[in-house]
Design a protein around this ligand. Sequence first.
Ligand code: NAD
Length: 377
Amino acid sequence: MSNGSNPAQTNGHAIAPPVLKASYKIASIPGDGIGPEVISAGVEVLKALTKKLESFDLEFTEFDWSTERYLKTGRYTPEDYLQVLKGFDAIFFGSVGAPNVPDHISLWGLRLAICQPLQQYANVRPTKVLPGTKSPLANCKPGDLDWVIVRENSEGEYAGQGGRSHIGCDHEVATELSIFTRTGVRRIAEFAFNVAQNRPRRMLTYVTKSNAQRNGMVMWDEVIKEVAKDFPDVTVDHMLVDAMTVRMVLDPSSLDTILATNLHADILSDLAAALAGSIGIAPTANLDPTRKNPSMFEPIHGSAFDITGLGLANPVATFWTASEMLHWLGESEAATVLMEAVEKVCAAGILTKDLGGKAGTKEVTEAVIKVIENLRV
Ligand SMILES: NC(=O)c1ccc[n+]([C@@H]2O[C@H](COP(=O)([O-])OP(=O)(O)OC[C@H]3O[C@@H](n4cnc5c(N)ncnc54)[C@H](O)[C@@H]3O)[C@@H](O)[C@H]2O)c1
């Protein structure tokens, strides 16, 4: 047979070809602040996991793309960085942002310079209260807060359109233009409905501000209603973003999958993380759902200047991020094993300070590795 993937025939019996162990190339970009601390913890845990499971390999290549590089060379990345990244299966990212460089330079110099050209238009942010941890909401029982926030990640308020004239004069003018395209809204709506459809409750709440913002936001509402017709099994409701903050606090169990614009979901997901216990546990996946480009996985949090270098950073957000990365690569069993190990460690009370515990990054990392090493596979 010309197709080498077909079983070979010997004496009329099919012999299955040898199963090749999958191997994935991961670009790791630790970045700034606590980024290197949590990414090295994440890489350690992932290496322990692949060693234990022996079912696939991860090949890491680390890049020094950071503010330190920017200050030395004037660029966060080399000029051919997109070509370089396209050679990888996924990107494992820490944080960018340093006290000595304005945040809009660092964000646009590295994180947005990756997400936008690589068309990672779907930003997915799962949130739940982990075992052994508590929500600051007094009446939030385990399971009450279990959401996935889907954030439009390529346009909207972060499209980068706008400018400043008469800089420094009294009559200086600055514009920050939000860009909403029907294509952009439709593709993120379809993505979010798919997410909702694959979750047990099949509920989607979409968030806009179409009372005050009567153009782009009204188009969002219209497009989402159109897309909803293709997903009759998903229950849909709509919230204005201001009222949504109240509902998230007062009635968390009424929500499941949440769809919002780039800016709104950015803000709501920080609130979601805090309501689930800490920003230190919250993961993000920046996905190109077409899979033409590698997707990027990072904790939601930033560089955390106040705890950099102190060994206090919570690595759980990065571990959860790593689990999301494994799901995306098709290694769902390993992803589940990793999350179960993290939850076991949390349940045992091995928690960092942000979650009310006394452990440092190292203790939590070692505890997760120990659970993985002791697994019976
Ligand atoms: N994706 C990114 O690269 C990203 C995201 C957010 C902020 N930033 C950048 O990071 C810098 C600091 O931003 P910020 O202070 O607004 O947000 P931040 O997330 O860095 O910190 C906010 C607070 O949360 C705490 N915190 C964050 N992560 C933690 C963790 N893993 N464990 C324990 N505590 C944690 C910090 O100590 C701090 O008190 C800025 O330069 C900002 O632009 C980058």
